[in-house]
Design a binder for this molecule. Structure first.
Ligand code: BGC
Length: 753
C-alpha cells in the first residue's frame, strides 16, 4: 500500500508536511505512518551534517569527495557522471539520506559567477547530458535527486532578490534546456526552485515556471522544493506549484497555509496535490530492497573511482613537448598547492573528504619509482602571508637545478564560494610572479592549475612549456594529476567553458551582475562560445579545447536527412598517434536560416571515444528537429525554418574539422497577412494580391507613380498606413477584401497564405 492510500492526515498535518521539520528533514506524521526523510547537500559527495546542535557547513560526516561539476563538465563523459551518481547514492543510503541536493545545471553565463564550480558548462546540451546521467545514477540506487536551481540562477550577487530579466527565446534556448532534458529523460524525484526572480516574479512564486512549464509542458511528476529560505509567502508558493518549503519555519508557514485554506484563499485540493507528491517522494526513497550498508572496501573503491573520474576531467591546454615528464627526470615541484591541494569549492556543497591525495606525495612516489628525483619548494603561501621574496627565491633555486619545474598554482578556497561572485578572473599575483620567475630560470616549465572558476593565464602562458588545467578534481585529484603528468594516463578533458583573453571580451560583461535589483540578459542567446564565435572575439582557449599525448584524425563525415527535419550524421575518428587515448567528437550545427539571428554554431551532439593507436571507429549521431530549431516567439513554439544547415565536426568551438551542408524543408512559417503587414511582406509573399491593390488605384487619383525608389521608401510601412496616406484613392472594397482574406487573399487550397 502506498502512503497516498492510507487514511488522510488532518489539514494541519497536511500543511505541516509542506515545510521542513528542521534544516534537513521533513515532518513525520507518526499515526499516519508517514516517516521523515532527509535531504542533504551534495552533489559531488554527501554532506550529511553531524546531528549536533550548531554544527556548521564545514562539519559533516566523512564522505567521498568526487570531482565537482566544473571538472565533470570538462570530462564530457556522461558515463562518469552516472558512476559518480551511483557511488554518491550508495554513500547517501549508508548515511540515511533520502535526497541528495543536486546536480546544479545552471549555465555559466559569466566567468565571475561564484558558483560556477558547481555547474557543468556554458552550453545547455553538455550540461543537460551530464545532469541527466548524474540523476540516473543517483536514482538507480533508490536515492532521490534534486535538480537545481530552477531557473536563471546565474550569479551570487543579490541572489535572493535579483530579477533575471531574460527574454523567452533566451530562456528556452539557453537557460532551460538542461532542466528540460533532465526532467524528461531522468524523471528526477525533485526540482529545487531558485532564489532569484525571473522577469520580476520570484521563482518560488512562479506558477508559469513551476506548474505550466515544469509540470504541464515537460511532465515533471516529482516534487518541487524551495531553495533554502527562498519562500517569502508560503501560500503563494503552494498555489504556484511549490510542494515543500525548506528549511522549516517553526510552524509559521504551516499556520499561514491552514488559515488560507480556512479563509477560502487557498484551495485544499492544491494542498492535497502537494501532499500527494511529498508522499510519493517518501514512498520512492524509503523502503525498497537496496542495501543501506556500504560493503567492505567500498570507500577505497570510491576513492579509486574518484581518481579515475578526475583523470578524465583535467584539460591539457598547452604542451610544447614538456609533457609527459620523461622517466628519470629531476623534477622541481613548486607551489604550496602541490602540498595542500584545492579540490572543491566553498559553501553548501563542501564535503568532508574521507582522505585527500596531495599531488606532491603522488609525484614523489611515482617519480622516484621511475628513477627520477622530486624536490619541492612552496613558492608562495595560499593566504599570501609570510615572506614572499624568500619563498620566491627558493622556488627559483629549485627550478634552476631541475630538468623540469612543475608549478602548481590556483586560487584559495576563500576566493571561490557560494554566496559571492568574483571581481576578476586573475590568479593571485604572488603566484603569477612565481610562475614567471620559475619559467625564466627553469629548463622547462609546466603549470598545473587548480581553480573552480575560469582563471586567466595572460601574462605568463607564453613563457611556459605546458599548462594542465585541473579545475577542482575532488579528493583523489592529486594522484590523478601525477598520473597525467607522468604519462601513466593520457589527458582527455575538454573545456566546458570558454577561456577569454580579457574579462571584457565576455558576452555578459556590461550587464553582469546588474544593478538596482535587475540583471539584464542583454546578450540573449549569445552566451560563451556562441558570443565569441558570432562576434569574432577570439578566446585564449576556446570551448571544447583540450590536447592529448596522442593525435586524432576525424574524417569521412556523411549527413543524411532522415524524415521530417531530422538528420543522421556518421563520422570516423582514428587515433593517428602512438598512445591510447580518448577523443571528444563535437558536432555543431550552423545556419542562417530563419527570421532570428542564430549563433555562428551550436553544439548539438558529442561523444567520447577511447581508441588504441591506429584504431578507427565510426560514430553515428541522430539529430532530431530540435537540433535545427529556434524558439519562435511569434508562435511560442520550436520552429525549424526552411533552408541550409551545415553539420560541422569541430576540434573545438572555434575550429571546424569537417563539415557537410544539408537542406531542410522546414516548418511552414508563413503568417496570415493582414492590413498590418508591410508593403514588403505583401509584395514578396502575395505579389498577385499586391498587384491587385496597386491596380485598384485609379490612374487619375493624383497618387505619384510607385517607382522602385518610392517602393523602397515605403517597404516597411504597414499596408493600412499606405491606404490611409492615399486617402480615398483605394476603394474600400479592395481593403475589405484584404481584411476579410477574400478570394484574392486566401490561397486556392483554402489555407491562409
Ligand atoms: C543553496 C542550495 C543548497 C541549499 C542547502 C542553498 O543556500 O543555494 O544549493 O542545496 O542551500 O544547503
Amino acid at each position: 500500500m502506498t502512503l497516498r492510500d492510507r487514511p488522510r492526515p488532518t489539514l494541519e498535518e497536511k500543511a505541516a508536511l509542506l515545510s521542513g521539520r528542521d534544516l534537513w528533514s521533513t515532518q513525520p506524521v507518526e499515526h499516519a505512518g508517514i516517516p521523515s526523510i532527509v535531504l542533504t547537500d551534495g552533489p559531488h559527495g554527501v554532506r550529511r551534517q553531524r546531528p549536533v546542535e550548531g554544527s556548521g557547513l564545514h562539519d559533516s560526516l566523512p564522505a567521498t569527495c568526487f570531482p565537482p561539476a566544473v571538472a565533470i563538465g570538462s570530462s564530457w563523459n556522461p558515463s562518469l557522471a552516472e558512476q559518480v551518481g551511483v557511488a554518491v547514492g550508495q554513500e547517501a543510503r549508508a548515511l540515511d539520506v533520502q535526497v541528495v541536493l543536486g546536480p546544479g545545471v545552471n549555465i555559466k553565463r559569466s566567468p565571475l559567477c561564484g558558483r560556477n564550480f558547481e555547474y557543468y558548462s556554458e552550453d545547455p546540451l553538455l550540461s543537460g547530458a551530464l545532469g541527466t546521467a548524474h540523476v540516473q545514477g543517483l536514482q538507480s540506487v533508490g536515492v532521490g535527486a534534486c535538480v537545481k536551481h530552477f531557473a536563471a540562477n546565474n550569479q551570487e550577487t543579490d541572489r535572493m532578490r535579483i530579477s533575471a530579466d531574460v527574454d523567452e527565446r533566451t530562456l528556452r534556448e539557453i537557460y532551460l534546456p538542461a532542466f528540460e532534458k533532465v526532467v524528461k529523460d531522468a524523471t528526477p524525484a525533485t526540482v529545487m526552485c531558485a532564489y532569484n526572480q525571473i522577469n520580476g516574479v520570484p521563482a518560488a512564486h512562479n506558477s508559469w515556471l513551476l506548474t505550466e512549464l515544469l509540470r504541464d509542458e515537460w511532465g515533471h511528476t516529482g516534487l518541487v522544493v524551495s531553495d533554502w529560505a527562498a519562500v517569502t509567502d508560503p501560500v503563494r508558493s503552494v498555489r504556484a506549484g511549490l510542494d515543500l518549503e525548506m528549511p522549516g519555519t517553526s510552524g509559521r508557514s504551516v499556520q499561514r497555509v491552514v488559515e488560507a485554506v480556512r479563509a477560502g484563499d487557498l484551495d485544499e485540493a492544491v494542498v492535497d496535490a502537494a501532499v500527494d507528491r511529498l508522499l510519493d517522494l517518501v514512498d520512492r526513497t524509503t523502503g525498497g530492497d537496496i542495501g543501506t550498508d556500504l560493503a567492505a572496501g567500498d570507500i577505497d573503491r570510491h576513492h579509486d573511482l574518484a581518481r579515475e573520474v578526475a583523470t578524465e576531467c583535467a584539460v591539457l591546454l598547452k604542451n610544447e613537448g614538456a609533457l609527459p615528464l620523461v622517466e628519470g627526470a629531476r623534477v622541481a615541484v613548486i607551489g604550496e598547492l602541490a602540498r595542500s591541494p584545492r579540490y572543491q569549492g566553498g559553501g553548501s556543497s563542501r564535503v568532508t573528504a574521507t582522505r585527500v591525495d596531495a599531488p606532491l606525495d603522488a609525484l614523489r612516489t611515482l617519480g622516484t619509482e621511475r628513477g627520477g628525483t622530486v624536490d619541492f619548494a612552496a613558492g608562495y603561501t595560499v593566504d599570501e602571508s609570510g615572506d614572499a621574496s624568500d619563498l620566491l627565491r627558493e622556488a627559483v633555486e629549485a627550478a634552476r637545478t631541475a630538468d623540469v619545474a612543475v608549478v602548481f598554482a590556483g586560487r584559495p578556497e576563500s576566493d571561490e564560494s557560494e554566496g559571492f561572485d568574483r571581481p576578476d578572473i586573475s590568479l593571485p599575483t604572488a603566484q603569477t610572479e612565481v610562475i614567471r620567475a620559475v619559467a625564466a630560470a627553469a629548463a622547462r616549465t609546466v603549470v598545473v592549475l587548480s581553480n573552480g572558476l575560469i582563471a586567466s593565464v595572460e601574462g605568463w602562458h607564453q613563457d611556459v612549456d605546458a599548462i594542465l588545467e585541473g579545475f577542482l578534481l575532488g579528493q583523489a585529484g592529486g594522484s590523478a594529476l601525477a598520473n597525467l603528468l607522468l604519462g601513466i594516463d593520457n589527458p582527455s578533458g575538454r573545456l566546458a567553458e570558454s577561456m577569454p583573453v580579457r574579462l571584457s571580451d565576455t558576452a555578459s560583461f556590461v550587464n553582469f551582475p546588474g544593478e538596482q535589483g535587475h540583471v539584464r540578459y542583454g546578450e540573449g542567446v549569445m552566451v560563451g562560445y556562441r558570443w565569441h564565435e558570432t562576434v569574432g572575439i577570439p578566446c585564449r582557449y576556446p570551448f571544447g579545447h583540450g590536447l592529448s599525448y596522442t593525435t586524432f584524425a576525424v574524417h569521412d563525415l556523411g549527413v543524411d536527412v532522415t524524415g521530417d527535419d531530422s538528420a543522421r550524421a556518421t563520422v570516423s575518428v582514428t587515433n593517428s598517434g602512438e598512445r591510447p587515448g580518448k577523443h571528444v567528437v563535437q558536432l555543431y550545427v550552423a545556419t542562417e536560416a530563419g527570421p532570428v539571428r542564430r549563433p555562428v554554431r551550436e553544439l548539438r551532439a558529442f561523444d567520447k571515444v577511447e581508441l588504441a593507436p591506429g584504431e578507427t571507429r565510426t560514430l553515428t549521431f541522430d539529430l532530431g528537429r530540435r537540433a535545427f530549431a529556434h524558439w519562435d516567439i511569434t508562435s511560442a513554439s520550436w520552429v525549424v525554418p526552411a533552408g541550409t544547415y551545415v553539420v560541422q565536426v569541430c576540434q573545438d568551438a572555434a575550429t571546424v574539422t569537417v563539415e557537410e551542408p544539408i537542406t531542410l524543408r522546414g516548418d511552414d512559417t508563413r503568417e496570415q497577412l493582414t492590413l498590418e503587414s508591410t508593403v514588403e511582406e505583401w509584395s514578396t509573399q502575395r505579389p498577385d494580391v499586391f498587384a491587385g491593390f496597386l491596380a485598384a488605384i485609379p490612374a487619375d487619383s493624383g497618387v505619384p507613380e510607385l517607382t522602385p525608389e518610392l517602393l523602397r521608401v515605403i517597404a516597411g510601412m504597414p499596408l493600412r498606413k499606405v491606404a490611409d496616406l492615399l486617402g480615398d484613392a483605394v476603394p474600400t472594397e479592395v481593403l475589405d477584401q484584404l481584411v476579410a482574406g477574400g478570394p484574392d487573399v486566401v490561397g486556392d487550397d483554402g489555407g491562409a497564405r
